[in-house]
Design a protein around this ligand. Sequence first.
Ligand code: MCA
Ligand code: AMP
Length: 497
Amino acid sequence: MNHLHDALFAPHQGSGRPFLIAPDGAALSYGAFVDLAARYAQAMADAGLKPGDRLALQLDKSAEMLAVIAAAIRAGVVFLPLNTAYTAAEVDYFIRDAGARMLLADPAYAGRLAPVAKAAGVRLETVAPGGGGSFQPAATGLPPVARAAGDLAAFLYTSGTTGRSKGAMLSHDNLLSNARTLVGLWRFGPEDVLLHALPIFHTHGLFVATNVVLLAGASMIFLPKFDAREVMRLLPKATTMMGVPTFYTRLLAEPGLTPDAARHMRLFVSGSAPLLAETHQDWQARTGHRILERYGMTETNMNCSNPYEGERRPGTVGQALPGVEVRVCDGSGAELPRGEVGVLEVRGPNVFQGYWNMPEKTAEELRADGFFLTGDLAVMGADGYVTIVGRAKDLVISGGYNIYPSEVEAEIDALPWVLESAVIGLPHPDMGEAVMAVIVPRPGATPDPEGLAAALSERLARFKLPRAVEVVAELPRNTMGKVQKAALRAAHKGRFG
Ligand code: MCA
Ligand code: AMP
């Protein structure tokens, strides 16, 4: 048996039901998808990939990318999907750290990735949306390779407040148990059509959206990326949508967003970043629908959700999922009384297996009793509803993408004119938060704030680049010498409107 394959893909073999629906209405059936995945799996075996080997993917969103992921599951190969915005320097780190055997890239990225793949000794092949590229499915399919519940399925890289990105190891059952819970909780069934506009290299678009659809035998309208007009056009053909808060604020700016436009919808889900209570209320006023907010992490998949029936309380992420334990603790792991703010800890079958090759980091964040320290500050009400009130970790979430200030600061500090820097997140009307850099120049050097983005663009994905830069004589510090980011955030809070 293959734990994930048997639940997600095997039941659909030979089925003529639609799985992926392109924006023009063309459908790819479940049967055709499973067949394609089986043949990609054989191509992986032919390329020498063995169960447990790591396969990195920097692919544009497409049916082929999903089929490659399904193939990796079938072949027992651990896949690591990478944001298409990552630069060659960033990809270089991931493929080396993961010890990837192969890197599958969109042909458009192959030129920039070839040197790092070669230097790291990783085989580079290409896959294009629509099926082109050097990596082609074999003529026949590979029988599913046996994988148990605890075997690794995927690495998803996520940064910490210090140091480089860490590969969060997710097992077959981490993914399956969570998807099963969500299907039940959110009432997904074969008649559902999910409007899918998220990227599929992160948890939200890949594991939450796609696995739920697969388990339920539902269909998804598969958009290459979020585009408010396209979503408005296709909304009448869908029953459900999952998005980050930016999706909802952008859709609220569409004049056509009315109860009539949303009348075929039964569920809108939001997550990955805080949804303002105001957005929740505006959405209800415009469409009659109450957005269902849930909360999760790369390391844990989903932890909390507002209910399907019952109160969806704006500004909260609802209650712990069935089978998941959530507690608010002081720094030592002692649970705090309801109503007090502390660090949120999570335990359950959804919690990951640790960070790849980083036992010390794993031990810092995963307690011996199985509770994972999320780094989010939260308060739990008497009725179990959780409100995320802040972050103990220095993290900016912009349009649903995580940006770790320490990573951006390290790159800025390496520039010749810079003495030191502080990177902060500020409220942004479209992205929720956006990044600003406050920089102290070296004595005698000529500051070049206008050239900052260009200077960093080889090193950092564009979404991480500061959208505002200020050059200052010194950074505010407390008596311990620590930069006071709260003071900087307060001083600049209106910067993005
Ligand atoms: C694009 N840009 C961004 C972002 N996205 N800058 C900051 N933050 C962003 N999120 C920049 C690009 O680099 C580019 O800059 C310019 O904006 C326009 O790019 P474009 O691709 O046209 O942007 P967009 O289409 O407007 O994208 C915004 C977006 C997108 C639709 C909000 O970022 C998105 O789909 N976000 C979803 C992220 C997501 O799936 N997160 C889930 C993570 P330049 O002009 O300089 O080149 S999973 C997770 O967090 C946990 C587990 C959970 O709970 O789900
Ligand atoms: P990631 O590193 O992509 O796994 O991001 C996980 C982080 O996103 C969490 O630790 C939270 O800080 C944040 N997050 C996810 N969903 C929500 C939500 N509904 N409300 C507030 N923060 C959220």
